[in-house]
Design a protein around this ligand. Sequence first.
Ligand code: SF4
Length: 76
Amino acid sequence: TYVVTENCINCKMQDCVEVCPVDCFYEGKNFLVINPDECIDCGVCEPECPVEAILPDTEPDVEKWVEINTKYSLEW
Ligand code: SF4
């Protein structure tokens, strides 16, 4: 799965949401999150993010963000 990380906070762009083929972005408190159960790992959103906030969960040091994306996307 891909995850949204720190740079997304207070970013108002929605480019990633528009390109996601499965609509798995959700609104967190002040940033977007990706629902890990719905993400099909296509990678389309990653280059669309203007602040490079979207990373694959295989990157180092994203465990915290995996938890945050899971938590906030499942509240809806
Ligand atoms: Fe959506 Fe693909 Fe990005 Fe997953 S990797 S959030 S399916 S655009």
